[in-house]
Design a protein around this ligand. Structure first.
Ligand SMILES: [Zn+2]
Length: 75
């Protein structure tokens, strides 16, 4: 799998899923570029993960060429 290119040129590079309503909320980020999945559980962990993952993962993603790592990620 790889990034999904949109008609306007932007790319979808990952999917962020947040599961609430459970006793312990869960957030999962699936990178379409490197096929890594990161998961966290618990209110505080999910809150921080959701706030930062779209910046932190692309900054270290082994599938993203170095020169494009600072470009904005499609929301
Ligand atoms: Zn990645």
């Amino acid at each position: 799998m790889s990034a999904y290119r949109l008609p306007d040129g932007r790319q979808i590079t990952g999917a962020l899923t947040i599961r609430t309503g459970a006793r312990r909320p869960e957030a999962k980020y699936e990178c379409l570029v490197c096929e890594t999945t990161e998961t966290v559980r618990g209110v505080e962990s999910v809150t921080e993960f959701v706030r930062t993952i779209r910046t932190t993962h692309p900054a270290t993603c082994p599938g993203v060429p170095q020169k494009t790592r600072n470009e904005p990620v499609a929301a």
